[in-house]
Ligand binder design. Structure first.
Ligand SMILES: [Zn+2]
Length: 413
């Protein structure tokens, strides 16, 4: 408990330094207009050329073709002719408090986790990723980060967070004892664990295997009663059919395109259950395993299988979001790997427009924040990127945001 308090204090101190660097963002005019760009609004609608986007305060207040939008008199106008505007990007699966190596795991505590959160969220924002969904952090440092963000104690990507994961005694993510999960056994304990998370301030509920059919049913029912979405890390174990039970229980999102049997895919689509396939991390794990443990053929095959499952999910109409899930040594590849993941969507059959929609509108829905973020529409929080080039011609253009606006504030120009 004491360590947690120290962590909170240090978390507040670091972002103040970052905020100092960006203090000028407060000096914004009343309205800001982005004029003349090609607009991809994130809804999946065709791009609109010569668009006008008006931002007042932290919201979009008018969006449309030049002929139909009246410019406010006192507005600062940014000429974006020849550029493309898209919504702020979202990563639907990160762990922004995790140690970046095995050695760091030995030194891990709440204070250092809070420092990492500040650093990671800042790096992410200046790459154009304006929101991230954190899918586990030690001792709820993620929830602390969310509160600090809301109090504007630092400038960084907007955190939307699960609380502690829920698993059984000795289940997934208990291995290292780093305080990331609640170990619960039996339906009543699972229901209580959901309530505990909601009480602590979780935006979403995360479930990890193993679990029984009854346990996940009870947990999903309780989460939905509190209007919280349930995200499930699922896998396969003989005599346990975790994925099927998650789908049957009405979970909202399956994390990772792995362990999904063919006969379940259409049901996932019909029930409107999302999937965050995390293709890049599986490819990375396949490459590393091939090099260091070539005898582990089954494991390598399973990792590689994710792209095949992705194609089947897409063909069935399952809505998929963009998430990275890089941990430990792989974390040095942030934030570039995020763009790699979007590019993999295109490599595996999505149009660039579909990939952008996945990274914005669909990810906002997975974060349970469709009413606030994900698209450039009147009334939404003003998160956008002005990009050199046209990502509909070359999706790699997303890597080069020239202007980044979050909550109506210019972060980079
Ligand atoms: Zn993860």
């Amino acid at each position: 408990m004491r360590a947690a308090k120290i962590g909170i204090c240090i978390f507040f101190a670091v972002p103040l330094v970052i905020f100092g660097l960006y203090g000028e963002v407060d000096k914004q005019p009343k309205s800001l207009v982005i004029a003349g760009a090609r607009l991809i609004d994130g809804t999946g609608s065709p791009a609109l050329d010569d668009a006008i986007i008006v931002i007042t305060g932290d919201r979009f207040t008018a969006v449309g073709p030049r002929a139909r939008v009246v410019l406010p008199k006192d507005a600062e106008i940014i000429d974006a002719k020849g550029k493309t505007v898209i919504p702020g990007l979202i990563d639907a699966h990160v762990h922004f408090t995790y140690p970046t190596s095995d050695l760091e795991c030995l030194l891990d505590n709440d204070a250092i986790a809070a420092f990492r959160a500040g650093y990671f969220l800042h790096q992410y924002l200046i790459a154009g990723i304006t929101t991230v969904e954190d899918l586990l952090s030690r001792n709820n440092v993620g929830i602390v980060a969310k509160k600090a963000y809301r109090e504007r104690l630092f400038i960084g990507s907007r955190p939307i967070v699960v609380g502690l994961g829920i698993t059984c005694t000795g289940g997934h993510a208990t291995e290292d004892g780093r305080g990331r999960v609640i170990e619960a056994d039996g339906p009543a304990e699972w229901r209580r664990a959901v309530r505990k998370n909601i009480d602590m301030g979780a935006d979403l509920i995360k479930i990890l295997p193993p679990y029984s059919r009854e346990e996940i049913k009870e947990a999903v029912e309780e989460a939905h009663a509190w209007k919280k979405l349930v995200l499930v890390h699922h896998y396969f174990l003989e005599n346990y059919d975790f994925t099927r039970w998650a789908v049957e229980a009405g979970a909202d999102c399956l994390e990772h395109a792995q362990w999904i049997p063919d006969d379940l895919i259409q049901e996932i689509a019909d029930k409107d259950i999302f999937c965050v396939p995390t293709l890049s991390v599986f490819q990375k794990l396949a490459d590393v395993t091939k090099k260091s443990h070539p005898e582990e053929q089954e494991k390598i095959r399973r990792y590689q299988e994710s792209t095949e499952i992705f194609k089947k999910l897409k063909a069935a109409g399952v809505k998929m979001g963009v998430g990275t899930d890089f941990v430990k040594d792989f974390m040095v590849e942030y934030p570039e790997v995020y763009f790699e993941e979007i590019e993999r969507f295109v490599e595996n059959g999505c149009t660039p427009m579909e990939a952008i929609t996945a990274a914005t509108k669909i990810n906002a829905a997975i974060c349970d924040a469709s009413d606030k973020i994900g698209t450039i529409e009147k009334g939404k929080l003003a998160d956008l990127l002005v990009i050199e080039g046209d990502p509909l011609n070359d999706i790699r253009a997303l890597r080069h945001a020239q202007i980044i606006i979050q909550d109506g504030r210019i972060i980079k120009q």
